[in-house]
Design a protein around this ligand. Structure first.
Ligand SMILES: [Zn+2]
Ligand SMILES: [Zn+2]
Ligand SMILES: [Zn+2]
Ligand SMILES: [Zn+2]
Ligand SMILES: [Zn+2]
Length: 238
């Protein structure tokens, strides 16, 4: 009895390492023959031009740089991968393979190639990071104001108005206050102005030539002064 008890403890630990190591050995050795057979299969079919991998979508054989892997491990050729996973540039409609540009505040919709993120109208690149957004598209200052109807209506200026602005009643476009001038003498009209045929005039030039200087005929238009209405010049902000 004493002898048997003394022999039992060494036997138990000896059995444990063995039973543990046994499945480990099996699992390690099991893949070897599979690898071996698949390698030999490839080498046998290689003369028939069967590639190692095929594109999941178009079944074209792919290798090297042509091969792309989707997140789920599926293999694609470059074209099918781009078609399936890469975003379209909103400007040129082509796929974006490298870094894409988006607006951090989400005001510009979609993604762009860096070289395509320019004024939607004139393709001017943006100095620094400043650009304007209209209809979720990026624009330069000039073209944003053109779309917004906020370019100075004075034909000698035509530049963007960001700040004080004077508009004729009923007109969408306005002028810089310093460019809101008589259409004849270019005198500023800070207090009042007269409107003739949609243009601002000072009081003197709203009158037009004296009626005696223009022979009146039947059906002739009324003198400008009769249609000119005195209006207050109101400065708003753009
Ligand atoms: Zn493909
Ligand atoms: Zn593009
Ligand atoms: Zn532009
Ligand atoms: Zn102006
Ligand atoms: Zn005038």
């Amino acid at each position: 009895m004493d002898n048997r008890r003394a022999h039992q403890p060494p036997r138990a630990p000896a059995a444990l390492p063995y039973s543990h190591s046994s499945p480990t050995l099996t699992s390690r050795t099991a893949p070897s023959p599979i690898n071996g057979s698949s390698l030999s299969n490839e080498s046998r079919t290689a003369p028939l031009a069967a590639p190692a991998e095929r594109c999941t979508t178009c079944r074209k054989g792919v290798s090297g740089n042509e091969m792309q892997k989707g997140g789920d491990g599926h293999v694609f050729c470059r074209t099918c991968y781009a078609e399936r996973f890469l975003p379209d540039c909103r400007r040129c409609r082509r796929k974006i393979e490298g870094g894409a540009v988006t607006s951090s505040d989400g005001k510009v919709a979609g993604k762009y190639h860096p070289k395509c993120f320019t004024c939607w109208e004139c393709s001017a690149s943006f100095a620094g990071s400043e650009f304007y957004v209209f209809d979720q598209r990026p624009y330069c200052q000039q073209h944003w104001h053109a779309l917004n109807g906020s370019l100075c209506a004075n034909p000698k200026c035509g530049s963007p108005i960001e700040g004080p602005c004077v508009s004729l009643v009923g007109e969408e476009n306005g002028d810089h206050p310093e460019h809101f001038v008589c259409s004849t003498c270019s005198e500023p009209l800070p207090e009042h102005h007269f409107v003739v045929n949609g243009l601002p005039y000072c009081e003197r030039h709203a009158q037009g030539p004296p009626p005696t200087a223009r022979p009146r005929k039947a059906g002739q238009q009324e003198p400008a002064a009769a249609r000119a209405r005195k209006r207050q010049t109101i400065i708003t902000r753009r």
